[in-house]
Structures are given as C-alpha cells and as structure tokens.
Design a protein around this ligand. Structure first.
Ligand SMILES: *Cc1c(COP(=O)(O)O)cnc(C)c1O
Length: 387
C-alpha cells in the first residue's frame, strides 16, 4: 500500500526541535520569554517593517487589525467572497460590522474593477467618508486577501482605498514571502503595503508555529494599540490596571521558538514549492483540458503556497476527482465555499460573483507540502492523468 500523501503539512527539522526544546527546558513556555520579541523582530526585518506584533493565530491578528483600524459597530467592510471564512468574521462580526462581498479576478483575489464599481456607483462620498446608498452605512474598510500566495492588485486597491477614504487591510495569512519584483512597489512584501497586514502560522501555512499569527502596520500607533489589545490592555504592569477591554491573544515562547527556526527556512520552502509547482505545470497544464492556474511571475515573486488544478475544460468533475484521489491515499480539496453563502451572511450584499463561482466549482488544490518528494509529486500526476 502506497503512503498517504497529505495536502499540506508542517515541515519541522532538528532546529525546530532544538529551539522549542530550549524553551521547554528553560521553563519559559508561556507568553513571557525573550523569543516572542525576537520572532517579532525577525519577521519585521524579513518584511522590511519597523515592527511586528505577534498573536496566537492569524484570526486574532485580523481581529486586532479591525480594532486598531477603528472599525465600528454598524460599519461595512468590503471583503472577498472567495476566501477562508477567517478572513471575514474577525473584520466584521467580531467588531459588530457587516461585510459587503466582492468577487475575484483571475488571480483569485478581490476584483479591483468590482470594488471600484461598488464605491463609484453604489456609494456616496461625504466629507471624506463613504456611505452605502442602499443601507446608509459607513463603508469603513477594504480587505484584500492574497489567495494561495498570489499577490492581490495592490496598486489599484490602495488607490481605490485612498480615493474613497477606506482603511486598507491586507490578509497576507497565506502569502508570507510573496513580494513585488517589478514596478514602483518592487521589493515590497505582501502584507506591508496597506494600513495593516496580517500573517498566519497555522499548521498548513508555509511557515508554521502550530498556531500563531502576526500583525504589521504602516501606522506605528496602530501597531502599538494592537499589541496593547493583545496583552489584556494592561496599562500598569504591577497594579493590574487595564484601560480598555483587551484580549489574551499572545503568542507563547514555544511557538515563537518554532517560528524562528521556520523563518530561517522560508526561502528554502519557497524554492521547494516552486519546484513542485513547475513539475505539476510541466506534466498537467494544457493536457486534456486541464490547467494549473498561473501565478504572476513577471511582476511578483509568489510564495507558491497552494497549487490550483482547474478542471473547467477537462470534462472532469471536482468532487469525483477529490474522491478518486482520496481512494488512492492522495489528499486534495476544493476551494472554500463562498463566504457570502455561509450560514451567517444570507442578507449581506454580494457583487461580481461569476468568476468566484466558477473557480469554486472547478478548482482542486493538489498536495503542496514543502516535504513533498518528487516521487510523490509524480504519483499525484500519474493519478490525475489516469482519471
Ligand atoms: C489561515 C487563514 C486565516 C486565519 O489564520 P489562523 O491562523 O488559522 O487563525 C485567515 N485568512 C485566510 C485567508 C487564511 O488562509
């Protein structure tokens, strides 16, 4: 019986064990300890940002972002519908706001044309604030998710955000390491170009601490406020005085130790991801109507986090493919159910959905772990070609 090939699993080596072991042996296993600050500094340095704020998950980093941005109850936030639900809940319902859902373009990221159309034709700008004509609500923010490690169209989206007075939040939870290589933003990393950016170190992400997250901001006081909120909003260390409602969103010293070891391997991980992506492309793209969806390799260096097999013109059905591969111990998955169709959001507006629906129906994500061997990659390819 062939081994099980998982979709995306952690890749931990001796250095991860060594650093986590040191944290355990030292007794600094909880949220105090030097490694958290060290990991924050290492991420900030990697991203070229002055500081980064650690959190215990990407979801909590996004919740901190929403609070630091001042998104208020009753506000609306423009969000993509083709994404994981944790990109939406923390920016909206966690702070009493409502999402307006927007479809995607061919990068799978939020469609700038549709965002512009919504702001220009369905809203009114008054005193520098945008109001939704239909609901009367203040539209406070715009979120871009860098889906599967592909860069969203930052120049256009940040221009729209600026013109309509929207806070621009980047969900870069899947895109640590993705950056522009050409144009005016060359060298800038996904997550560092908006008002706020969030990262995740969940078990399936390219760099993992088991669970964890990070926040960066181009407003130093927002980053500081996020840190304060993540540490119970304690205003006085000794006297336990708290000046607002805070959260226990801190990362532990053990997680940060794992993160330091993992971050040192990020470029190695991206190189493996790219090699496997190239291998899938060479064998499957254009064969029998199959496609491996492209990343923009002209203007960006993506992190190649997830690979998308696109079935539209192949005559193959998504769920049949997933089941057939599962029967051969190969784990794949569909793209997320669209968030505007999830239980909590039936009444929310949703626009420009055609492409999101098409990609939802026709994408299967292939195994992409950074410890996926060439032989296992070839086994997946053979299994797909035999469908
Ligand atoms: C993983 C992920 C999150 C949440 O991160 P967690 O660390 O799992 O809380 C949010 N948004 C997107 C798009 C993600 O993929």
């Amino acid at each position: 019986m062939a081994d099980f090939i998982p979709l995306s699993v952690p890749n931990f080596g001796p250095r991860e064990a060594e650093l986590a072991g040191q944290a355990i042996t030292s007794g600094w296993v909880s949220t105090s300890g030097a490694r958290v600050a060290e990991f924050e500094q290492a991420i900030a340095a990697y991203l070229g940002m002055p500081r980064a704020v650690a959190a215990n998950s990407g979801s909590s980093a996004l919740h901190l972002a929403a609070m630091a941005a001042g998104i208020r109850p009753g506000d609306e936030v423009l969000v993509p519908t083709l994404t994981f639900i944790a990109a939406v809940n923390p920016l909206t319902r966690y702070v009493g706001a409502e999402p307006v859902f927007i479809g995607c373009d061919d990068t799978l990221c939020i469609d700038p044309d549709a965002v512009e159309d919504f702001c220009a034709n369905r809203c009114t700008l008054r005193g520098g604030r945008l109001y939704n004509n239909r609901t009367g609500a203040h539209v406070a923010a715009l979120e871009a998710v860098h889906v599967f490690g592909a860069m969203a169209d930052i120049p256009r989206l940040s221009d729209i955000a600026r013109r309509y007075g929207l806070v621009f939040i980047e969900d870069a939870t899947e895109a640590l390491g993705t950056r522009y290589t050409a144009g005016p933003l060359a060298g800038r990393c996904a997550g560092t170009m908006g008002d706020l950016g969030c990262y995740s170190f969940n078990g399936n992400k390219i760099v993992t601490t088991g669970a964890g997250g990070m926040l960066v901001s181009n407003h130093d006081d927002w980053a500081g406020h996020a840190k304060h909120l993540s540490t119970q909003a304690k205003a006085d260390e000794l006297q336990f005085v708290h000046d607002e409602v805070g959260y226990n969103y801190r990362m532990t010293n053990v997680q940060a130790s794992l993160g330091l070891a993992q971050l040192a391997r990020l470029e190695e991980f991206i190189a493996v991801k790219k090699a496997r992506y190239d291998r899938y492309r060479a064998a499957l793209d254009g064969v029998r109507g199959l496609r491996i969806l492209p990343f923009d390799e002209e203007n960006t260096r993506p992190n190649y986090w997830f690979f998308s097999l696109y079935l539209k013109n192949s005559g193959l059905d998504r769920d049949t493919v997933i089941r057939a591969l599962q029967a051969q111990d190969i784990q794949t998955r569909p793209v997320w159910a669209l968030v505007h169709e999830q239980a909590d959001y039936p009444k929310n507006e949703a626009y420009a959905l055609d492409k999101a629906r098409d990609y939802r129906a026709n994408i299967v994500n292939l195994p992409c772990s950074t410890n996926l061997s060439e032989a296992d990659c070839d086994r997946v390819i053979r299994a797909v070609l035999a469908l």
